[in-house]
Design a protein around this ligand. Structure first.
Ligand SMILES: C[S@@+](CC[C@H](N)C(=O)[O-])C[C@H]1O[C@@H](n2cnc3c(N)ncnc32)[C@H](O)[C@@H]1O
Length: 302
């Protein structure tokens, strides 16, 4: 890589990029009426409807977890990176909690960014599968959320190593994923999740490994690792949070429909009917949706 220091001037700190991000248009293509990115394995849609879902999902996660992060980061944390930032809602809201920090939201496409960069946060292009465009030890807190449909199984170790590489010694790394574990659901839910898992495996993704991310952090040398499998109500039976999560999961299933149905040669109508049966089970059995989160510190001496 041709190392070119490109300073991001902020209130108190200067971050450096290895090189200025190359302009990279979103390049959407249409699959079943939804736009998708090309040049990446990412298989969720990339369009206004998906952006609205991501923002709603952000609210649903906050309602379920009561915070935007779990790691015990200090209030004076000054350099934060959000990998695969999507619409950028996480950096924007984190900048209110950490007004002294500068937060970078990085994504492979800029098409979802909804805010212009400010003194508090900067949005940049970058592909975590190709390496993060920063020298090592830049950030006190590195956060990555909901990239399960972006990172093929074979790439997870390299991605975790990249997150660690750009974290300062003693700094925190946090990953959070959802989507593979629904507890107290019926047989149709189990069957749908298994079917989706098989479709994902055909694409080189192992959805089940999102529950193993803590173990991956430990194996990669991260210290003080805490692993949380957080259940939240899924369905109207679970009040406000349950209804929000149900709406989000149904909307996520709808977003995945085009890719999965094309692969399995299933009609969208058949898929919709299946999902409807599944959602009824959530109310009958009082299902819960599990968030898989893990965080830990880069060794202080590393
Ligand atoms: C499901 S969204 C999650 C967005 C955000 N983290 C959130 O929690 O709202 C996944 C995001 O990852 C981005 N993405 C996909 N592949 C990527 C890659 N290789 N490098 C960086 N970002 C990627 C997508 O463009 C999308 O914005």
């Amino acid at each position: 890589m041709n190392r070119r220091q490109w300073p991001l001037f902020r209130r108190r700190h200067t971050l450096h990029l290895d090189q200025a991000p190359a302009p990279q248009p979103a390049s959407p293509i249409s699959v079943d009426g939804r736009a998708h990115l090309i040049n990446t394995p990412y298989f969720l849609p990339k369009d206004a409807e998906e952006d609205a879902r991501l923002n709603f999902q952000h609210r649903a996660l906050y309602a379920a977890m009561g915070n935007h992060y779990l790691a015990p980061i200090k209030p004076e944390t000054d350099t934060i990176l959000d990998v695969g930032t999507g619409t950028g809602i996480w950096p924007v809201e984190m900048s209110r909690i950490f007004p002294q920090a500068h937060i970078i939201g990085l994504d492979v496409s800029s098409s979802s960014f909804q805010d212009a960069s400010t003194a508090a946060y900067t949005f940049i292009l970058g592909d975590v599968l190709k390496g993060l465009p920063f020298p090592e030890k830049q950030f006190e807190f590195v956060h990555q959320r909901l990239l399960v449909a972006a990172i093929p199984t074979a790439n997870w170790s390299t991605v975790i190593n990249e997150l660690i590489r750009v974290t300062r010694p003693g700094g925190w790394i946090e990953v959070l994923e959802i989507g593979v574990t629904i507890k107290h659901a019926g047989s149709e839910t189990a069957r749908l999740l298994a079917w989706m898992g098989d479709r994902s495996k055909e694409r080189g993704f192992d959805m089940g490994m999102v529950s193993q991310l803590g173990q991956l952090l430990i194996e990669t040398g991260v210290q003080d690792v805490e692993i949380h499998h957080i259940p939240a109500p899924l369905g109207d039976w679970g009040g406000h949070v349950g209804s929000m999560l149900k709406a989000n999961v149904l909307s996520a299933f709808n977003a995945l429909k085009g890719a999965y149905c094309t692969q399995a040669n299933m009609s969208p109508e058949q898929f919709d009917a299946w999902v409807q049966d599944v959602a009824e089970e959530w109310e009958t059995f009082h299902a819960s949706y599990v968030f898989h989160a893990a965080y830990g510190r880069r060794a202080p001496s590393a």
